[in-house]
Design a protein around this ligand. Structure first.
Ligand code: SAH
Length: 277
């Protein structure tokens, strides 16, 4: 296979890389190269185990996320650790779920590297709010359905529903709203959207563990979102999407059509399964 030449991963550099929502098949070529060459991989909780298995044998694997209710490492500590590893002359792969610059604090880490004069590269990844939805058969935009889409966090720095959002404007602003980190504050989000004028009967979906083997999709309405998500025990990480694009899931559930398998390495098996109905 002909492949464009990729940049060298130089010792002393940090690559700030998005790992996508789960499926290692969604890694970029740069992410795969970085995994194969890194001396140290500093990864977050959302990075799929299958992806970590692609790291070079012998690479130092360091977890820098929240686990089992224990307090997560402080952001400045993570940034300082990246600086330290780079100054030791290591090739440092900072691996984050989705895209590092989408609700991922990648900007904060990059600023710390700039301040410390550590050379770095940013490698975007497939963000859960687009790629995760695609794995549930929900296009973030579709002609004649929505001409705009808005990405929102359901969580601010202190863990509350963000106050900086003009909720009535958000409710009116785009036909499709994609929420990250929204499960905890789902009741408030539903109420603010309905108060802001979104129809209670509007389609809404929750996609949990998108693009992993544990992916589950709930399709419901804005009014029933909270009760249905609880009843279905939808767990984080999850994307919540509100708007007409959700209706597309019924016809575009390609994973369901493949027998519920997110990843099947053998296209012939897939074809056989489809033909067997
Ligand atoms: N940088 C990440 C987002 C990090 S914020 C990205 O670009 O995707 C964490 C939130 O991302 C989660 O609370 C959830 O809303 C979303 N998320 C990340 N991975 C996900 C997945 N596999 N399935 C569903 N939601 C996911």
């Amino acid at each position: 296979m002909q492949f464009p030449v990729l940049p060298d991963f130089e010792p002393g550099w940090v690559w700030l890389v998005g790992a996508g929502p789960g499926d290692p098949g969604l890694l970029t070529a740069l992410a795969l190269k970085a995994l194969g060459e890194a001396d140290a991989v500093v990864y977050d909780a959302l990075v799929d185990e299958r992806t970590l298995k692609l790291a070079r044998p012998g690479a130092l694997l360091e977890f820098a996320g929240k686990r089992g209710g224990k307090p997560s490492p402080k952001q400045p500590d993570i940034s300082q650790r990246l600086v330290q590893l780079a100054r030791e002359g290591k090739r440092v792969l900072r691996l984050k779920g989705g895209d590092p610059f989408v609700f991922g604090r990648g900007g904060e880490e990059a600023l710390a590297l700039v301040a410390a004069k550590v050379p770095f590269r940013v490698v975007p990844g497939v963000t859960a709010g687009i790629g995760g939805l695609a794995y549930a058969g929900i296009p973030a935009t579709h002609r004649d359905v929505n001409e705009a889409v808005t990405f929102v966090t359901g969580h601010n720095v202190s863990g509350e529903v963000p106050d900086g959002i003009d909720w009535p404007a958000l409710a009116r602003g785009a036909p499709v709203l994609v929420f990250y980190m929204a499960l905890k504050h789902l009741p408030q989000i539903r109420d603010r959207l309905i108060q802001g004028g979104r129809p209670a009967g509007e389609p809404a979906a929750v996609v949990s563990h998108a693009a992993t083997e544990r992916q589950r999709t709930l399709v419901t309405t804005l009014a029933a979102l909270v009760e249905d998500a609880e009843a279905a025990r939808m767990e984080p990480p999850a994307i919540v999407v509100v708007g007409p694009a959700v209706k597309m899931a019924a016809g575009l559930d390609w994973i369901g059509a493949m027998g519920g398998r997110t990843l099947d390495p053998d296209p012939l098996k897939l074809k056989a399964r489809r033909e067997a109905g």
